[in-house]
Design a protein around this ligand. Structure first.
Ligand code: ADP
Ligand code: MG
Length: 314
């Protein structure tokens, strides 16, 4: 392709909300053999909603939700926002007319007046959060977070979690003062176009893959729903980059599509890193492509554009 053709393609991309950082990235996209998708915020809408919550120690559900929301208040994870919204809604529901405005007002009240004071907060990437409340430790996160700290999950809770994970929801587990206390189920629907895009990639001879930090059962359920057979779950952020490299081993050209801080090492390691425009700045910086429309169809647009520009005959 001539420099003019590359310039034209870059312009066509930009007009469609596909920002391409340079001619090399544009050229590599034509040969993509694998597209690795992050799950949360990439295949899914990233609009997590708590659908269920339960305590297993007899703790009052309202008290439980206040405790969990307080622990999550310093987290930037999509799960944290979902949990805080749910706790707020639980406490205020039915007590005032719920319009968007009153809800927003109540949320500010909730954050400033209801939340408990925390100290020694730490976010544990790929696991959850922990901090002290009333001088007692609270942990909110996945099974690994609890088991690594020697906290067993009772059978009744395990059944509750298996049920929701089998439906593609994410289970959030809570331990307070060294005791497993309760759990929440969080749903995050697939993007509307996700299945069609996966189907389209397969037709183009490109293999779709999911690599996620979420648990295996949830990942498998989501993969099945979207039509992806190759799944890697419970992957730590550094592990996502290793996954990219493992697909590159046989010389394949690998694209990674992601939105989060936890995806940036993988976006950088990929031959073609594609960041969701609605994602975090760090992901956008690490990527070669930015998909401004937050629409997965643009993964296909990007590959098509490269193929047409470099006129590969297949
Ligand atoms: P993904 O690869 O799906 O974007 P992450 O690496 O962000 O996932 O997180 C992996 C898992 O760690 C989540 O599915 C969740 O179980 C747990 N986790 C991370 N942050 C939090 C948090 N703030 N609260 C509860 N759980 C969390
Ligand atoms: Mg994500």
């Amino acid at each position: 392709a001539t420099p003019t053709a590359v310039m034209v393609a870059t312009g066509v991309g930009a007009a469609n909300g596909v920002l391409i950082k340079g001619g090399d990235a544009l050229e590599r996209a034509q040969n993509v053999g694998y597209v690795i998708f992050d799950k949360t915020g990439t295949l899914t809408q990233g609009k997590a909603t708590v659908t269920t919550a339960k305590t297993f120690t007899g703790m009052d559900l309202g008290d439980f939700l206040t405790l969990v929301a307080s622990a999550e208040a310093s987290s930037e994870h999509p799960l944290a926002r979902a949990i805080i919204d749910y706790a707020c809604h639980y406490h205020f529901y039915g007590k005032f007319p719920t319009t968007k405005d009153t809800m927003k007002m109540r949320k500010e009240d909730f954050l400033s007046e209801w939340l408990l004071e925390t100290s020694e907060f730490s976010a544990l990437p790929g696991r959850g959060v922990q901090c002290l409340i009333n001088g007692k430790q609270i942990m909110v996160g996945n099974r690994n977070l609890l088991t690594e700290n020697g906290l067993p999950v009772p059978l009744e809770a395990e059944n509750f979690l298996v049920e929701l994970e089998s439906n593609g929801k994410t289970g959030v587990l809570v331990a307070y003062d060294g005791i497993f206390t309760g759990a929440l189920g969080v749903a995050d629907p697939l993007k509307r176009e996700a299945s069609v895009v996966v189907e389209g990639l397969k037709k183009m001879g490109v293999k779709p893959v999911i690599v996620t930090g979420d648990n295996w059962r949830t990942a498998r359920a989501v993969a099945k729903e979207v039509g992806i057979e190759d799944v890697r779950a419970e992957v730590m952020p550094a592990g996502k980059a290793d996954a990219v490299r493992s697909f590159q081993k046989d010389g394949s050209v690998v694209a990674m599509v992601g939105d989060g801080i936890n995806d940036s090492p993988a976006l950088a390691a990929a031959d073609v890193g594609m960041a969701i425009g609605a994602g975090t700045d760090i992901a956008i910086e690490a990527a070669d492509y930015v998909l401004m429309r937050n629409n997965l169809e643009d993964v296909i647009t990007a590959i098509d554009l490269s193929r047409k520009t470099f006129a590969r005959i297949r």
